[in-house]
Every structure is written in structure tokens, then in C-alpha cells.
Design a protein around this ligand. Structure first.
Ligand code: IPM
Ligand code: MG
Length: 350
């Protein structure tokens, strides 16, 4: 029996609700499959925990996480804690501390889900987000605080090693898809140092992948292409901030933020990788039992893929598609189903 150690961090808002639903589906899947077992440990790290203890991750917490095969993460963000404090207190220390530099964000219109685009069926993308540096490097400061001459700086950091490894990762992934097409997203017309280097390294790496078609698009222009000609895109590689924005657009165009999954990968597997729905805490619906668990289920499927259980991953994705296709949809998708109802339907479909 193959056994995997999973660290579950529900976090804030609807995070604990969707993670509980995700674990329920994973348990059903493991029971059905019979070949693997999950050993789950829960971590209470969240904003309420921070308000009580003064930290999100306790002393030695990251060290403890290192012993797990994967991290299953809900959301972080609370109305009681400034967003930059919660983000830098929980999610970024894990993603950056564990060198999860490749953030993978697929987008597709699932059966039964309506895209706001007339040509939404053309959406079948994977956005690769650089996840360790760039605009999220945390490099900056404030000087002359509170005075009229106050200065704030926020320096994007691009390293040759960091840029090369994400481009290489994107080429490898693009090579596994039928379209074998990779679009470089940039803003090297206005930003002439880091972004120009970003482009140069992309085309250096491209020489090692002659069978992959490439093109280059400015980040503002690619938004229009996503909306008007979605079928012309396949895999997209973009910086930390650019891909953050594009992936929300991709989720909305595929029907709802409630379905979009993500994997924060340390491809070399020196550290555990982290899997999370991209939607965040969603205070407006927290505790109402109507959060869409589909993003978390899709995320769980990506986690299984990474753990080396591709058959179970595919089976879960097929069950998700069967359920959305049959019209069991949560309110964000125009339906009436609760989190529990969608979860039970997916368990039954398995
Ligand atoms: C995401 C989220 C986060 C980000 C937020 C919660 C800070 O929007 O994963 O896309 O910007 O990275
Ligand atoms: Mg985002």
C-alpha cells in the first residue's frame, strides 16, 4: 500500500470548508482505488490563530512541514489582519521557503459550466506563474515614514537562475501537451532591464526545444487575446504579478473563480509542494455552506498527479466533470447546490 503524508492547512474564510470537502473526496477515492492511503495531519495556522498567538507559523513549523509529501492549503486573508501581514505570515513563507518556484494554473471550461465568452470553448490553457521572485520578492522599504517626503520602493527582482528555471519548466510542460505551444508574456517595452532579460533567457532556453512553437505577447495585449481569441493560446509563462492577474481573468473566463486550481511546485522535490484553490477566503460566503469545492477537488487531482497517482488523479477529474455536466452546481456557477451536495455528488460519481 502506497502511503502519502499530507499536511492540511485550512486557513481562513472558506478555506477550512473546502479543504474538509477535498479530504472527504480524497478519502472516497483512496477507498475506491485501494492502492494508496493518505495520512493527514491538520495544522490550525490561520488569522484567528495569529491573533491569539502572534504568529501564523510557530517556531519549527516549517521544519515540521518538510516531513510531508504535500501540503493541501485552503486560503489565507482576513478582515482582522492587514492582507500583507497574513500573506507574508503564512502562504509566502511556505511557497518561498520551500522554493515552490513553479506555480501551475490550468484553465478550462468544464462541462455544464458557462463561460461569459461566446467562444469560451477555446479556453484550454495552463498559466505558469514564476512563484519565487519578481514583483513578490519582498525587496523594498519605506523611508521618511509619515513625513511629506516619505518614499516607498518595491523592487522586482529577476535572477538569471530564477528566470531560466521557470522558462525551462514551462517548455517541459508545453512539450507534454498536444498543441506544444508556449507564449511568453512580458512587459519589456516599458521595463527595459529585468523584463528584457526575462525575454532574452526565454529565447535562449527555446533553442533546446525546437519542436515547441513559441510567441511573445505584452501583458496588456495578452488580456485582449484571452478574451477575443482564446483558442490561440495554450501554455503561458509569466512573472509572479502578471500571472497572478492573468490567472484571475482566466478563472472568470472559464466560468468562475470557484473552479480554478493551482499547484505550487518544487519540481526538484527537495521540499514538499503545496496545492490550493486560487479563490481565497471569500468572507461574504464564509460559514454558509455554499462555497464551491470544485477548485479544491481539481487541486486535489493535481496533488495526486504530483504524488505519482495519475490514474486516481484522472478518475477524480472525470468525476468532477461528470458532476458539473449533470448540473449539480453551486451558486457561483448559477446553481443551487451546497458544498456538501457537490461533495457527495463527486463521491458518488467516483
Ligand atoms: C493568488 C492570490 C494571492 C497572490 C493573494 C492571496 C495574495 O491572489 O494566489 O493568486 O496574489 O499570490
Ligand atoms: Mg491571485
Amino acid at each position: 500500500m502506497r502511503e502519502y503524508k499530507i499536511a492540511a492547512i485550512g486557513g481562513d474564510g472558506i478555506g477550512p470548508e473546502v479543504i474538509a470537502a477535498g479530504l472527504q473526496v480524497l478519502e472516497a477515492l483512496a477507498a475506491k482505488d485501494g492502492g494508496f492511503r493518505l495520512q493527514v495531519e491538520h495544522f490550525p495556522w490561520s488569522s484567528p490563530y495569529y491573533l491569539k498567538h502572534g504568529h501564523y507559523i510557530p517556531e519549527g513549523g516549517l521544519e515540521k512541514l518538510k516531513g510531508f509529501d504535500a501540503i493541501f492549503f485552503g486560503a489565507v486573508g482576513s478582515q482582522e489582519v492587514p492582507d500583507h501581514v497574513s500573506l507574508w505570515g503564512l502562504r509566502l513563507p511556505i511557497a518561498q521557503g520551500f522554493d515552490q518556484y513553479a506555480n501551475v494554473r490550468p484553465a478550462r471550461v468544464l462541462p455544464g459550466v458557462k463561460s461569459p465568452l461566446v467562444n469560451g470553448q477555446g479556453i484550454d490553457w495552463v498559466i505558469i506563474r514564476e512563484n519565487s521572485e519578481g514583483e513578490y520578492a519582498g525587496n523594498g522599504g519605506r523611508t521618511h515614514r509619515g513625513l511629506p517626503i516619505e518614499v516607498g520602493t518595491e523592487t522586482a527582482v529577476f535572477t538569471r537562475a530564477g528566470v531560466e528555471r521557470i522558462h525551462r519548466f514551462a517548455f517541459e510542460l508545453a512539450g507534454k501537451r498536444p498543441a506544444r505551444h508556449l507564449t511568453l508574456v512580458t512587459k519589456s517595452n516599458a521595463q527595459r532591464f529585468g523584463m528584457v532579460m526575462w525575454d532574452e533567457i526565454f529565447f535562449e532556453v527555446a533553442r533546446d526545444y525546437p519542436d515547441i512553437r513559441t510567441d511573445r505577447e505584452l501583458v496588456d495585449a495578452v488580456t485582449t487575446r484571452m478574451v477575443l481569441k482564446p483558442q490561440t493560446l495554450d501554455v503561458i509563462v509569466a512573472t509572479n504579478l502578471h500571472a497572478d492577474i492573468l490567472s484571475d481573468l482566466a478563472a472568470a473566463l472559464s466560468g468562475s473563480l470557484g473552479i480554478a486550481p493551482t499547484a505550487n511546485l518544487n519540481p526538484e522535490r527537495r521540499f514538499p509542494s503545496m496545492f490550493e484553490p486560487i479563490h481565497g477566503s471569500a468572507f461574504d460566503i464564509t460559514g454558509r455552506g455554499i462555497a464551491n469545492p470544485i477548485a479544491t477537488f481539481w487541486t486535489a487531482s493535481m496533488m495526486l498527479e504530483h504524488l505519482g497517482e495519475p490514474a486516481a488523479a484522472a478518475r477524480l477529474l472525470a468525476a468532477i466533470e461528470k458532476v458539473t455536466g449533470s448540473g449539480v452546481l453551486s451558486p457561483d456557477l448559477g446553481g443551487k447546490a451546497t458544498t456538501a451536495e457537490v461533495t457527495l455528488a463527486v463521491c458518488a460519481a467516483l
